[in-house]
Design a protein around this ligand. Structure first.
Ligand SMILES: Nc1ncnc2c1ncn2[C@@H]1O[C@H](COP(=O)(O)OP(=O)(O)OP(=O)(O)O)[C@@H](O)[C@H]1O
Length: 248
């Protein structure tokens, strides 16, 4: 098991946002987290990679274990954020070239020479399925790319620092169906070696690519399990209602 949440509670200014979350995430599996707006999906992802703590008023209790080690007991939060990468809903192109966008994190960490930087840029752009489209314009500004290309570039940038877990917060919500399909195919291929945790409002997307699905509501996990079971024969009435579009 790569990530294990034990009784995780998160508060902002004392107000509970996540309540006693217990979840296990395994390697080489794609997990979809679904649930109504404001139920805490983004906060859950941001707690898992220690970016939520950057917000004023954040506090938490319980444990988040990465391969058995409590990440909140690690002094080096930046190292946790490297191991547990996150890709956000809005594609982000830094005001740099395409190549510099990919290697931004490695430059920040330091220690890599030019040959290693060039290799990583090419390797990660290939992994992100973007190499063929950009290989002749690596030094052009990344902002000239389309939204779908920038989202794959964001994924390449996250992969460049060699994460063990990949978190994605609605990565396709601003993309056209063709770009979204490319991202889904990319996640399927990355799940051969990573744990992938995907927040999505698109239930079709969850069903297409996630082996396991977690339904949240008001800061709690309603139910989790194999995606097909969650959609066809869930245990709880709330899950049935959510997936049939009856409530929320
Ligand atoms: N930095 C913060 N300070 C205070 N409250 C916050 C903060 N971040 C999130 N919240 C609150 O936590 C709750 C959960 O928000 P979160 O963004 O995690 O929900 P979500 O399920 O991802 O919603 P959506 O689907 O709309 O993106 C909301 O009530 C939100 O207002």
């Amino acid at each position: 098991m790569s990530v294990h949440l034990k009784n995780l509670c998160v508060f902002f200014n004392g107000t509970p946002v996540l309540k006693k979350i217990n979840l296990e995430f395994k390697e080489q599996v794609i997990y979809a987290i679904v649930g109504p707006s404001g139920c805490g999906k983004t906060t859950l992802l941001r707690s898992i990679n220690r970016t939520a703590e950057l917000d004023r008023g954040f506090s938490c209790s319980g444990e988040i274990l990465l391969y058995g080690k409590n990440i909140y007991q690690e002094r080096d939060a930046a190292e946790i954020r490297r191991k547990i990468g996150i890709v956000f809903q809005t594609p982000v192109a830094l005001p740099l070239s395409i190549k510099e966008n990919v290697i931004f994190g490695i430059r920040y960490l330091g220690g890599a020479n030019n040959k290693q930087l060039n290799y990583t840029a090419e390797h990660c752009l290939k992994q992100a399925g973007l190499w063929q489209e950009v290989k002749d314009k690596l030094h052009k500004p990344a902002r000239e790319l389309s939204g779908g290309q920038i989202q794959r570039l964001s994924i390449a940038r996250t992969l460049a620092v060699n994460p063990e877990v990949l978190l994605l917060d609605e990565p396709c919500s601003n993309l056209d169906p063709v770009s979204a399909k490319l991202i889904e195919e990319l996640l399927l291929s990355l799940s051969n070696r990573l744990t992938v945790i995907l927040v999505t409002h698109n239930l079709f997307q969850a069903r297409r690519i996630a082996q396991n699905t977690i339904l949240m509501s008001v800061g709690c996990v309603v139910e989790s399990g194999p995606t097909e079971v969650m959609f066809s024969t869930p245990d709880r009435q709330e899950t049935k209602d959510y997936f049939s579009g009856l409530i929320w």
